[in-house]
Design a protein around this ligand. Structure first.
Ligand SMILES: [Zn+2]
Length: 468
């Protein structure tokens, strides 16, 4: 078996791992690189041509850094199928279409700027590339439903287990036929947390696998209980309401936005927060919420307990306003607080959130509430580290709004949970730590080895190929 790490190795974005075994090549995820503009451009346009020769693609979940280069893969000649769960397929359609629109805009912007260092001759991909990409999708149910291995191509089988990270997310067990018998590898995708609203907990499996590709986003961190996040959220909303300010929440359109709607709904029902309007200002976030509503069969038991009234849905209530059009979005800037505005993107690098920040960041009565992971070199990371002034569009803005960070909302397992995930995999011998910044991966490696010094733990770098 050979593993080639093409992304999310030595970093968190661009998840792509090519597994070659038994004469077959399987690509795990085909995600987009994000972060520093120039570097991401080079990496995305420079995607290795060998990936288009894969026999099959297996998708863990529909976040952009896991599915965002699928349209490019197909555009550059990939002929096989793309396997995923039903909810992942539904979500990926919107994520890829939204991304295609951004690629078209970015390309137009680059053309205007005539940057000397990078001059792509065409957009990474466009909305025209989406239908053919979607034609390649094939849905595989979770193993808990089907109970059997599903064939990807002759000689390679898969089982999907719930990863509890976002709707449809899965971790993967692959089995290859080889001369000496079947060879297995497990891939964690992104591991979620226990007791996340709506979502089922990450699932453990009976099957043995000697090799694991494990994410390490929070390999050096232990999350505090979620209830602490809710307590901070209630406090922030009360403070801002007293000041007649706005609570601006940059949130990933997928996952985090739905969790926020859920907890705000619950707090509203229980009278724990002031009765103020909540705007979800993200067309993608609205579409994602619609898909979440359509997959109620995948909700956990807790959500039924939280919303016991017949007909009451966790993601619908009268204080939530969804703003779709640009006009509606701009009108929010003229509306006086108090109010809550949820908009994407979560790391504040694009999307409508930047307009809201421009109008709120320099006024101390407002709160910018950071609830998601902020990668290096993003505006979110700068705010989190207390930088001021910050640049938005072509101007600089002093940061006077209250900046509050609540990390307990994370959709990623912490060090303890990642450790436990590896611990529950039977027959494990080798771990490759992917999807983490260097210090996080090193801390997780040390933690795993401290507990079990017979494990082999490697931190591969992008571009590295390792033969087992
Ligand atoms: Zn993810």
């Amino acid at each position: 078996m050979k593993i080639s790490f093409h992304g999310a190795a030595g970093g968190v974005t661009g998840s792509k791992h090519l597994i070659s075994a038994g004469g077959k090549r399987i690509l795990l995820d085909c995600g987009m690189f994000q972060g520093r503009r120039q570097e991401s451009l080079n990496l995305n346009y420079g995607m290795a041509q060998e990936l288009t020769q894969a026999d099959a693609v297996v998708l863990s979940h529909a976040h952009l850094d896991h599915c965002g280069l699928l349209p490019l893969l197909v555009k550059r000649g990939y002929k096989g199928h793309i396997f995923c769960t039903q909810a992942t397929r539904d979500i990926a359609e919107f994520i890829m279409t939204d991304s295609a629109g951004i690629q078209e805009q970015d390309f137009a912007w680059l053309q205007n700027k005539k940057l000397s260092r990078v001059e792509p001759s065409e957009p990474l991909y466009t909305r025209d590339d989406i239908p053919e990409t979607l034609d390649r999708f094939r849905v595989i149910p979770y193993a808990a439903e089907s109970g059997v291995w599903s064939e990807l191509v002759p000689g390679v089988r898969i089982k999907y287990f719930n990863a509890g990270h976002i709707l449809g997310s899965a971790w993967v067990m692959l089995e290859f036929d080889n001369e000496k018998g079947p060879e297995r590898l497990a891939f964690s995708g992104d591991v979620g947390r226990f007791h996340t609203p709506l979502l089922l907990d990450p699932e453990y499996a009976e099957e043995e696998a000697p090799v694991l590709l494990l994410e390490s986003t929070y390999g050096n961190r232990e999350h505090k209980p979620r209830e602490l996040a809710y307590e901070k959220l209630r406090g922030v909303i009360r403070r801002a309401t007293d000041r007649k300010g706005k609570v601006v929440i940059p949130a990933f359109a997928l996952g985090r936005t739905q969790e926020l709607i859920y907890v705000l709904h619950l707090m509203h029902n229980r009278g724990e927060i002031p009765d103020i309007p909540i705007y979800v200002d993200s067309p993608l976030g609205i579409n994602m919420t619609t898909i979440y509503r359509a997959h109620q069969d995948e909700y956990d038991k807790q959500s039924h307990g939280d919303f016991p009234n017949p007909g009451e849905l966790p993601l619908v209530f009268d204080r939530i306003c969804f703003t779709r059009t640009v006009r509606e979005s701009m009108d929010l800037n003229d509306k006086a607080g108090p109010m809550i505005v949820i908009a994407s993107s979560g790391m504040m690098e694009g999307g409508r959130i930047r307009h809201h920040l421009r109008h709120t960041i320099s006024d101390e009565k407002n709160v910018i509430l950071i609830i998601g992971f902020q990668a290096e070199h993003t505006l979110g990371r700068k705010l989190l580290e207390g930088e001021t002034p910050v640049r938005l569009f072509d101007d600089w803005y002093d940061v006077r709004a209250e900046i509050v960070t609540v990390s307990e909302f994370s959709a990623h397992a912490d060090a303890k949970e990642l450790h436990s995930f590896a611990d529950h995999l039977n027959g494990l011998k080798k771990v490759f730590l992917v999807h983490g910044e260097h210090d996080q991966a090193v801390a997780l490696r040390d933690r795993l080895l401290y507990d079990n010094d017979r494990l082999e733990v490697t931190i591969p770098q992008r571009g590295e190929s390792i033969k087992l």
